[in-house]
Design a protein around this ligand. Structure first.
Ligand SMILES: Nc1ncnc2c1ncn2[C@@H]1O[C@H](COP(=O)(O)OP(=O)(O)O)[C@@H](O)[C@H]1O
Ligand SMILES: [Mg+2]
Length: 405
């Protein structure tokens, strides 16, 4: 029984690697005794010079420093300085004989964690305990800060890498957009030049056909005259196609600034343009008060005129065409509607008709090139809107589109 107690005590004792800066062996002994009493198993090294202190710090791992204030060849403040220079953050407790309050304050200011009078060594253990705890907290905080700094640096590195990647793909995108713009311009230019230059030889063909007919009037039989008429017809149709293609290629983006356009003025102008058709068909065209919208006047004129011409062209047999134009405000846009009482369009064709060259009827029945609605779509598109049709066969059609207010 009696032998158990010290055994348990030494098993339970906390190891403590302590540097003791002290010239008096006796004082050091008293301190160690105090520590053992407090439940520590100190592994101590006593030293009394700066060189010894430097060596000890470099050679081993220590838990704390207990230092006298004044030694014959060394001092507490110098020891503190050396500890700091070593970069190790160990608890530093001054244990000194008579120490004035000023000196104690100075030591604490210099970085000592506590000071204890040699005559009052019972304070040593609580101070050691507290400072060891504090050291753990400091260590943990340093570790957390280091981890934070590391992840911050990693994040910075990732941001740098991402930014580089983004810049690279932005450049690539800009290059592609530039290329696309250029090839679009080239295509538009090509369509424009081609359709323009094609008109000239075409005019020549039809002029010489007419000349042929006139000059050899008496030598031509009916068959020959019929052939000449077919040729003239063909060139007439080709001329219309070229004209419409030219119109299509002239609708361009970015070549104009949106300006206010009064659709009422535009409407009267269009009604004037289409007077012959209206008179011939007896069409009744009505129109509500229309808004002022933002856009390009000649494009908007083309848009509205194409829709009105279609509305009259695709009329039912023996039914007087009635066309009504209306507008409703929808937030930042106007919704315009051109409604007719014509032949209507089957639902499955509602999207197809906006594609270039797409027509639902033979030329004999309704003439045309199938370009008009493609032009309308392009114009509305360039004005930032959408165009679509609501229609049922036999019940008329309503073409709807929006324009910026
Ligand atoms: N108001 C309408 N009523 C019925 N069908 C229409 C109407 N507008 C257009 N369409 C159909 O859409 C097709 C395409 O129209 P569009 O592009 O203007 O060509 P085009 O007038 O030269 O035939 C027309 O051929 C016609 O079949
Ligand atoms: Mg048309």
């Amino acid at each position: 029984m009696g032998s158990e107690k010290p055994l348990v005590q030494s098993e339970m004792a906390t190891p403590l690697r302590v540097l003791i800066v002290e010239d008096s062996e006796d004082d050091a002994f008293l301190m160690l005794r105090e520590l053992r009493k407090g439940g520590y198993a100190p592994q101590a090294e006593r030293l009394e010079t700066a060189e010894a202190m430097e060596q000890a710090l470099a050679a081993g791992q220590w838990d704390m420093v207990i230092s006298d204030y004044v030694l014959p060849r060394f001092s507490g403040l110098a020891a503190l300085q050396i500890l700091k220079q070593s970069g190790q953050d160990l608890p530093f407790i001054v244990v000194s004989g008579n120490i004035g309050e000023d000196i104690a304050v100075g030591a604490m200011k210099a970085g000592a964690h506590d000071y204890i009078l040699k005559g009052n060594l019972t304070r040593l253990v609580p101070a050691v305990e507290r400072e060891l705890r504090e050291a753990v907290v400091r260590r943990e905080r340093r570790r957390a800060e280091a981890a934070l700094q590391r992840s911050y640096e990693e994040l910075e590195q990732r941001v740098r890498e991402r930014t580089e990647e983004l810049n690279a793909s932005k450049l690539e995108l800009e290059r592609l957009v530039g290329e696309l713009e250029r090839s679009n311009r080239e295509l538009e230019q090509f369509a424009y030049v081609a359709s323009h230059d094609l008109q000239e030889p075409l005019r020549m063909v039809s002029s010489f056909m007419q000349l042929l007919e006139k000059r050899f009037e008496h030598q031509l039989d009916d068959k020959a005259r019929q052939y000449i008429n077919h040729a003239l017809d063909g060139s007439q149709r080709m001329s219309q196609l070229i004209h419409d293609l030219l119109m299509f290629s002239r609708v361009r983006r970015g070549t104009w600034e949106p300006a206010p356009v009064d659709l009422n003025d535009l409407f009267s102008q269009i009604a004037d343009n289409c007077r012959t058709t209206i008179e011939e068909t007896g069409a009744v065209i009505t129109c509500e008060k229309l808004p002022v919208v933002q856009g390009e006047p000649s494009q908007l004129c083309q848009l509205l005129q194409n829709l009105l011409v279609n509305a009259v062209k695709f009329r039912r047999q023996d039914v007087i065409p009635e066309v009504h134009v209306s507008a409703t405000r929808q937030g930042k846009h106007w919704l315009l509607a051109v409604r007719d009482n014509g032949i209507g369009i089957a639902p499955e064709q509602h999207e197809r008709i906006f594609l270039i060259f797409q027509r639902l009827h033979s030329r004999q029945k309704y003439n045309g090139t199938g370009i008009g609605l493609a032009v309308c779509q392009r114009i509305v598109d360039f004005h930032g809107g959408r165009i679509w049709v609501e229609s049922e066969p036999g019940k008329g059609s309503t073409f709807l589109f929006n324009l910026p207010a």
